[in-house]
Design a protein around this ligand. Structure first.
Ligand SMILES: Cc1cc2nc3c(=O)[nH]c(=O)nc-3n(C[C@H](O)[C@H](O)[C@H](O)COP(=O)(O)O)c2cc1C
Length: 194
């Protein structure tokens, strides 16, 4: 077992340790629209639920290498809406490829042949046939860290879900370190213990 004191460690190692120890991370495959109605699709794994009443989620979006906002961050700031699509194994490769740096005028969904359909309440569409999609309205925008990261807290206002998901989450995808992922294949149910 190794131990590092963060204040004495190179930043590259600190980042690597977070990416490889805070695992598996859920993935928000986020659809947003720009001011002029262009749809954007990108994955984010610095993402999780915060509360259930009201249902609040956060997603943490870094800057591009040149310091500019990623399209997702710009769109959320401009429109205050985003949709979190939940990823199952069949979407894994397309989700991963949608994380490449596409220019703002290019629609990742079109480039990767990802079919979209209208959401219930909000402008950003959802990905068709995902096991779940959460329509979110921006409630808070925080800027945290050195870069800084844009942390968006969204309130879920509508949920699309496959009823199967309430029984099992098998087949859902999580992010590991590097470009590695995991897929839920074993579930250990301890409900009889309590
Ligand atoms: C599985 C996965 C998870 C990612 N998680 C994050 C994240 O949490 N925060 C972030 O800023 N970028 C993350 N990225 C990188 C963004 O998806 C990438 O920068 C993307 O180009 C942003 O697209 P946009 O400019 O259309 O918003 C992740 C990429 C992948 C493949």
């Amino acid at each position: 077992m190794e131990t590092v004191v963060v204040s004495e460690a190179p930043q590259q190692l600190v980042s690597k340790l977070i990416f490889n120890t805070v695992v598996p991370r859920p993935i928000a495959w986020i659809t947003t629209v720009s001011k002029v109605g262009k749809v954007n699709l990108a994955p984010f794994s610095f993402f999780n639920a915060i509360t259930t009443k009201p249902p609040l989620l956060f997603v943490s979006v870094g800057k591009r290498k040149d310091g500019t906002l990623k399209d997702t961050a710009r769109n959320i700031l401009e429109t205050e809406e985003f949709v979190v699509n939940v990823v199952s194994e069949e979407f894994l490769e397309k989700m991963h490829l949608s994380g490449k740096d596409f220019p703002p005028e290019v629609s990742e969904a079109e480039e990767l042949n990802v079919e979209l359909e209208p959401s219930k309440l909000l402008k950003p569409p959802k990905v068709k046939n995902v096991p779940a999609a959460l329509e979110c309205v921006l409630r808070e925008h925080l800027q945290l860290g050195a870069t800084p990261m844009d942390v968006f807290i969204g309130e879920v206002v509508a949920v699309h879900y496959s009823p199967e998901l309430l029984k099992t989450q098998k087949g859902l995808i999580g992010r590991l370190g590097g470009k590695r992922y995991c897929c839920v294949s074993d579930e250990i149910d301890l409900s009889e213990l309590s």
